[in-house]
Design a protein around this ligand. Structure first.
Ligand SMILES: O=c1ccn([C@@H]2O[C@H](COP(=O)(O)O)[C@@H](O)[C@H]2O)c(=O)[nH]1
Length: 303
C-alpha cells in the first residue's frame, strides 16, 4: 500500500462503483471446512481462503476474514490469515479484518498497529473495533487509520438481538448548561463518528471523509449496523447518514435479513452500506464456480 493512496472511504466508494455493495465473509467454521473436504489446520484454512478470494475478486467490493476462526487454529491459523490478507489485497479486494478489538487507549494503539499498518503481517484496509471501553479509548486507532489511510468499523447497533440491551440503553447528555436530553448509546457512538468524519484534519491537511468519489463520498470511520437491526436506528433517533460513515451490515442471509429488508431498514443511508454475507455464500462451496454463482445471485438481489 502506498501512503499516497486515497483514504479508505474513497477506496470503498470506488469499490462500490466497480463491484457493488457486497462483502464476502471468510468464516472458516469447522463444519464448513469439513463440508468442503478440508482440515481445520493451516493448510485447510489457506485453501478455504484462496477459493473465496478467487471467487470474489472482480465480483465483490471486499472480503471480511473473521479472525476468531483463524485464532482458534493457533499459530498456523494466524499464519494462514496473514497469507489470505495479503492475497486478497493483491487480488484487488478490500480487506476488513473482523477482530472487534477494543481496549484502553495505550493498548488500542498496539492493536491498531497490528491490524492497520500495511507493513505488518495482518495489515488490512479496515478493522472492526469495539467502543465499549468508551469511545475515547479508540482515539489511537482513529489516528492509525489516518496515518495508514485505513478505516475502522465501530460497533454501533450489532446484528445480534442481545446487543440492544447495551446499545439502545438511554444515556443522559448535557445539551446546554443545566439542560439535558436522552440519547441511545448507539446514537452517541454514531455522533462521535460523525464528528470525526466531518471535522478531524488528516495529516496531509485533507479532512477525513473528504475523499469524495462521485456522489458516494464515504467517511473513513464507519459503523457496524446489522442488516437485522437497521430498522431500529431511526426509531432510536440515530442518524446513519450524518458524516456519511461507511456502514458494515452483517446479518443478510444466514441471520435472516433479506435484500428488501436491508433497503427499507437503511432507507436513505443505503448508498453507504456494505452488506456482509458469510455462511449463505460459503455453504454453496467448495467449488469456485458455485461460490461465484452465489456471489452473483447476492449481487443481483442487492442491486
Ligand atoms: O454485528 C455483527 C458484527 C459482526 N458479525 C460478523 O459477521 C459475520 C456474519 O456471518 P453470517 O454467516 O453471514 O451470519 C460473522 O463473521 C460475524 O461474527 C455479525 O454477524 N454481526
Amino acid at each position: 500500500m502506498s501512503l499516497s493512496q486515497p483514504g479508505f472511504g474513497a477506496r470503498l466508494a470506488e469499490a462500490y462503483r466497480a463491484y457493488g455493495q457486497l462483502c464476502v465473509g471468510i468464516d472458516p467454521h469447522p463444519g464448513l471446512l469439513t463440508a468442503w473436504g478440508l482440515n481445520d489446520d493451516a493448510a485447510g484454512l489457506r485453501e478455504f481462503g484462496r477459493r473465496i478470494i478467487t471467487a470474489a475478486a472482480g465480483r465483490a467490493a471486499a472480503v471480511k476474514p473473521q479472525v476468531a476462526f483463524f485464532e482458534s487454529c493457533g499459530l498456523g491459523g494466524m499464519a494462514a490469515l496473514a497469507d489470505i490478507i495479503a492475497e486478497a489485497k493483491q487480488a484487488g479486494l478490500l480487506v476488513i479484518a473482523d477482530a472487534k478489538r477494543g481496549d484502553i487507549g495505550s493498548t488500542m494503539a498496539a492493536y491498531a498497529e497490528a491490524w492497520l499498518n500495511p507493513q505488518n503481517d495482518f495489515g488490512a484496509d479496515a478493522l472492526t473495533v469495539s467502543p465499549y471501553l468508551g469511545f475515547g479509548s479508540l482515539a489511537p486507532a482513529v489516528e492509525a487509520a489516518q496515518r495508514y489511510r485505513g478505516g475502522l468499523f465501530v460497533l454501533a447497533l450489532t446484528s445480534n438481538p442481545e446487543g440492544q440491551q447495551v446499545q439502545l440503553a438511554r444515556r443522559e447528555q448535557e445539551v446546554a448548561p443545566g439542560a439535558s436530553s436522552a440519547s441511545t448509546v448507539a446514537g452517541h457512538i454514531a455522533s462521535q463518528v460523525q464528528q470525526i468524519n466531518t471535522a478531524r484534519p488528516a495529516p496531509d491537511g485533507a479532512a477525513v471523509g473528504e475523499t469524495a468519489v462521485g456522489e458516494t463520498a464515504l467517511g473513513d470511520i464507519g459503523l457496524v449496523v446489522g442488516a437485522t437491526t437497521a430498522p431500529l436506528a431511526s426509531s432510536s433517533g440515530i442518524d446513519l447518514t450524518a458524516g456519511r460513515p461507511a456502514l458494515l451490515a452483517p446479518g443478510y442471509g444466514a441471520q435472516g435479513a433479506t435484500a428488501a429488508q436491508l433497503r427499507s431498514g437503511f432507507g436513505s443511508a443505503w448508498p453507504q452500506v456494505l452488506v456482509n454475507s458469510s455462511r449463505a455464500i460459503l455453504e454453496q462451496g467448495p467449488e469456485v464456480a458455485d461460490l461465484i454463482r452465489a456471489i452473483e445471485a447476492s449481487q443481483a438481489e442487492l442491486r
